[in-house]
Design a protein. Structure first.
Length: 322
């Protein structure tokens, strides 16, 4: 929930600084993310570096390129072209995509056990979509189509990131969730440097000093809150929960993004948006309940059979959670 609350701000940023292109906003955010990450990791740099091989650095580069740079460029384009509501509609399907992908992992709950949660998630997306379609477009059909395609691209890139990042964390128990987030920031910041000349050629508009201050402040705020703290919370959660449940937690990003949008627009939610909130909440509660029942059943089976491996695994999970 904490990660979702912080990540919800990334939907507002393109609206706050519309004077700049999505590419410039992405570069500013991830340069700040990389710089802050390097400062925080500097005292332990040698120790952390010895734990990583060339394979891990290539993995970090792919995560940074697809899950950070490509994702946020596409998300910013979607918000600026078709608005927060339609973008939230598309991103609202993230839990379904990640949960379906996670259902193929070893030990995951079968999809039939998650059907009620997925149905409720679909209901929330339908409500948001109805609201978005009922709202008169301000940018024309071409802008809406461009925004929709960008939102779908952002959905695909983030779904890939969520699944791949979770798998990396499970393979690297010797690297803490916080360090992995900082390393991702360093890799992303290094890749971002290559985009600076491109942004200089694309964004040739003259900007006033207040616009630059707003860009720097917004980018630094996103880097510290969403990228540093938000990613740390997300990585910690990814190690504590199964991937099918991790997918459901992404719903909180959509939930908070819409709440921030209502505050920004100074209005109350419509009945469709309120229904979507209810569906989101029930979807997460349903998924958590399904995992709780499965965990309780597994613990009883392990105790009744006297299986040492199951008992050890249960104790280990309890220790990690505490």
């Amino acid at each position: 929930m904490g990660a979702g609350a912080l990540w919800g701000f990334v939907f507002l940023a393109p609206e706050l600084i519309r004077a700049f292109s999505p590419l410039t906003l992405t570069i500013a955010r991830y340069l700040a993310y990389g710089g802050i990450s390097a400062l925080l990791l500097a005292p332990r740099w040698h120790d952390v570096l010895t734990r990583l091989s060339r394979r891990e650095w290539l993995g970090l580069a792919r995560l940074g390129l697809v899950g950070n740079l490509l994702y946020y460029i596409l998300l910013s384009l979607a918000v600026q072209n078709c608005g927060i509501a339609m973008t939230s509609l598309v991103m609202g399907f993230l839990p379904v995509v990640v949960t379906v992908a996670g259902s193929r992992e070893h030990g995951a709950l079968p999809l039939r056990r998650l059907a009620p949660s997925l149905a409720l998630c679909g209901g929330s997306a339908i409500c948001i979509g109805q609201q978005a379609l009922a709202t008169r477009a301000t940018g024309g059909a071409d802008h809406n189509l461009t925004g929709l395609l960008c939102a779908v691209g952002a959905l695909v890139s983030w779904a890939w990131y969520g699944v791949t990042n979770s798998r990396w964390l499970s393979r690297l128990p010797h690297v803490t969730a916080h360090d992995w987030s900082l390393l991702t920031g360093i890799a992303t910041g290094a890749l971002t440097l290559a985009l600076v000349p491109v942004a200089a050629m694309v964004d040739k508009a003259d900007h006033a000093s207040p616009d630059w201050f707003r860009l720097v402040g917004t980018s630094a705020g996103l880097a510290l809150s969403a990228s540093i703290v938000g990613n740390m919370l997300w990585n910690r959660m990814s190690r504590l929960l199964p991937l099918t449940l991790v997918g459901q937690m992404i719903l909180f990003e959509t939930l908070f993004a819409l709440l921030y949008a209502f505050v920004w627009e100074r209005r109350l939610p419509t009945w469709l948006e309120a229904a979507a909130f209810a569906f989101v909440s029930l979807s997460v509660v349903s998924c958590v309940a399904a995992h709780a029942r499965n965990s309780a059943k597994g613990d009883r089976d392990g105790s009744e059979r006297g299986d040492p491996a199951k008992l050890t695994g249960t104790l280990k999970k309890c220790s990690e959670t505490r």
